[in-house]
Design a protein around this ligand. Sequence first.
Ligand code: 2RA
Length: 329
Amino acid sequence: MKLAVVGATGLVGSEILEVLDEHNFDYDELLLVASERSVGKKIKYKGKEFTVIGLSQAVSEKPDIAIFSAGGSTSLEWAPKFAEAGTIVIDNSSAWRMDPTKKLVVPEINGKSLRIDDRIIANPNCSTIQMVLALAPLKERYGIRRIVVSTYQSVTGTGKAAVDQMMAEREGREAERVYPHKIDLNVLPHIDVFQENGYTKEEMKMINETKKIFDDPSIQVTATTVRIPVMGGHSESVNVEFKNDFDLDEVRKILSNTPGVVVQDDPASNVYPMPIHAHKKDEVFVGRLRRDESQPNTLNMWIVADNLRKGAATNAVQIAEYLAEHSMA
Ligand code: 2RA
């Protein structure tokens, strides 16, 4: 197995390397790939020194799997070239997510839909992944009519420059301004670009990707996505209306038995999910489980996950693991 990590010098790229190591992902050769600017750069990983290579060289090396985290335009241009060379691309950008010919995969939910001839596989948006992973077993049991989600998203979702902006503001230093406003000590109801309908692209990702992953266009979803001056993970307030009534103890039991989900729900002891605890963890944390008393069959929940882990690197590595386990790569 020859594995390439494309975008190896970015925040998600380095997280992918950490997760591959923690998961003991089995490969014979690892290629670290990045844009021209980083070619030749040395990266120390697992006691070895790697030299970053460029995209053309990586294609000619014909890796079995390439995990891409290099932005939409790189992916649009280069994923097909890798696919053509026989590589399976697992892509973290939004470039291929809504392409009807490409699978949008959270392995625990729809890994089974993967086929040997899938050459470009899309990794969903971070805020979508953590929400659908927690909702999937409840959908299975009660059916979902409507989801209302508000997010509280970490600056790490924007990348290194955004972390720098926040820390510079905190420490009174000069830095590049990535957001249209100050982020430290502030809250921006604005993630990605505004669309004609008044929603942001991030909000539309949550709406459209949820329907695609659940393979159910009838689910109603509405979203407000918000950037907050936090690192470590995205938090989400989710109000979900089921088709059938539920029992709160059963909801807790179902979620506790769901692989990849951890219930942290003991308000009496101030136990609930927080990004500070989710940081560097692969799991999705769920708490504040309570009935919405304003209408029937409706649950309120609070969902937190490290957006660079299950929201990006971990999910992508799990797709690669699924391919390897099922002899597809
Ligand atoms: C964000 N969802 O948090 C994005 C990252 N893919 O900005």
